[in-house]
Write a protein that binds this ligand. Structure first.
Ligand SMILES: Nc1ncnc2c1ncn2[C@@H]1O[C@H](COP(=O)(O)OP(=O)(O)OP(=O)(O)O)[C@@H](O)[C@H]1O
Ligand SMILES: [Mg+2]
Length: 283
């Protein structure tokens, strides 16, 4: 069943810039899809259409069976949680706790319930200690996590995230990646996120769509797309480092994540060691 459908979507900004040109793409319920592309490819423009922050100037976007337009915008926003690329566009309350409580209170929860829900979310993101602080005084990474907490607290059916890992340190990225996997695998939330790094798509998403200059270059299985040098070249994207390093060693079984790379190297070394031992046994 489809979570959303994008049909021949075009978006021309007021100044005449074409942000998107005729993009057709669908996302199944429960899928995790990466939108890959270099700077200016149209990732943010595409994602903003998924919760009616932008409306099509041509073509259409259907979310949960409803066409995205002015009339349906409020209903669509209840289904789709949207994480902005820049957390300053999202976090505005006087304290972090108030900010994360805002959504649940708006949905009709009591202040007490909203507080418990907000604290749980902040805790799951490892930032409960900043609950009473003013969001404007937080670091970029902390703000990004607060913005994410404000979205996941609403338990949306579809989670759209614009560059969710950009600007986070190692442990921040690790935590957010684990959270994305948990929301997708355990809670069945459909996840769509943008990135310009092929590594992120390889680690998190089985499917991806590649944008270039506002057009959809291709979409399909992440593994197939990221191991196709011709596609990557046309998309102006670099393959994951592990793929570039190990491709010459084993072109039939190309790794796309560090874990796959480590396993491949261990297999090759084991075979070589066994071969050497057998050989020296015969001598
Ligand atoms: N408000 C706007 N007005 C006019 N043109 C815009 C506007 N926002 C984006 N664009 C243009 O639309 C195109 C796509 O921009 P978009 O922000 O969607 O790219 P992106 O893939 O998200 O890039 P990045 O990786 O830098 O975030 C670019 O040419 C950009 O200059
Ligand atoms: Mg962007």
């Amino acid at each position: 069943m489809k979570a959303l459908e994008i049909r021949e979507l075009g978006h021309t900004y007021h100044d005449g810039t074409a942000g998107l040109r005729g993009v057709t793409l669908s996302v199944e319920k429960g899928e995790c899809m990466a939108i890959l592309g270099p700077n200016g490819a149209g990732k943010t423009t595409l994602l903003k259409h998924l919760n009616a922050l932008l409306l099509p100037t041509s073509g259409s976007v259907i979310v949960g069976g409803r066409e995205s337009n002015k009339k349906n915008a409020a209903t669509i926003r209840k289904k789709v949680g949207f994480l902005f690329q820049n957390p300053d566009d999202q976090v505005f309350s006087p304290t972090v706790l108030e900010d994360v409580m805002f959504g649940p209170i708006n949905m009709g929860h009591s202040r007490e319930d909203a507080k418990t829900m907000a604290l749980d979310c902040l805790d799951s993101l490892g930032i409960v200690e900043v609950a009473e602080r003013h969001p404007a005084h937080l670091s970029y990474g902390q703000k990004k996590k607060v913005a994410l907490a404000g979205i996941i607290v609403m338990e949306p059916e579809i989670l759209v995230m614009d560059e969710p890992l950009a600007g986070l340190d190692y442990s921040g990225q690790k935590g957010v990646k684990e959270l994305i996997r948990k929301l997708n695998h355990e809670k069945g939330i459909t996840v769509i996120f943008s990135t310009h790094l092929t590594e992120r798509a390889a680690e998190l998403s089985e499917h991806c769509a590649i944008l270039n200059s506002g057009s959809l270059l291709t979409s399909g299985k992440t593994r197939e797309l990221l191991t196709d040098p011709e596609i990557l070249k046309r998309a102006r994207l670099e393959p994951p480092v592990v793929t570039s390093l190990l491709l010459p060693l084993h072109p039939e079984k190309i790794p796309i994540t560090p874990e796959e790379g480590a396993k491949l190297l261990a297999d090759i070394l084991r075979k070589r060691t066994n071969g050497t031992e057998k050989k020296s046994g015969r001598d």
